[in-house]
Design a protein around this ligand. Structure first.
Ligand SMILES: [Zn+2]
Length: 132
């Protein structure tokens, strides 16, 4: 039985305990990356006038006049894209909660760390990224 204590000499005689908490921490904090992205997207949205309060002028009441439609054209398209990205980030944070974060939604393989660093909200491995 090799279960007798092999730490003889380390206990008591050392210069106090050194806490090492490195083992479980990932090399990159993806949650941090996601939160940074979330902040970035929110500030871009508010610059477009689509911040916190939700879509400015998005009520159907305003949609009747073609003038309004034209005005919100490009900024509106951009805002929609930003909101989609925000949604992706929110979903990625949600997957982080339930433990499925970082795995391809199609094949379940672990997404490459470099890819996650570049696109922390991605749902697909590199093989399935270009299929949509
Ligand atoms: Zn895949």
């Amino acid at each position: 039985m090799p279960t007798s204590r092999p730490t003889r000499g380390l206990e008591g005689s050392g210069p106090g305990r050194i806490l090492q908490v490195m083992s479980d921490a990932p090399a990159v904090d993806y949650r941090q990356l996601l939160e940074n992205e979330q902040r970035q997207l929110l500030s871009e949205l508010s610059e477009l006038g689509h911040g916190e309060g939700g879509g400015l002028h998005y009520d159907s009441n305003f949609a009747d006049t073609s003038q309004v439609t034209a005005e919100r054209g490009e900024a509106g398209v951009l805002a929609v894209q930003l909101k989609e990205s925000l949604e992706e980030v929110a979903q990625a944070l949600g997957r982080m909660e339930d433990g499925s974060y970082g795995h391809c939604e199609v094949c379940g393989v672990a997404v490459q760390p470099a890819r996650l660093e570049a696109m922390p909200a991605t749902r697909y491995c590199i093989d399935h990224a270009n299929r949509s």
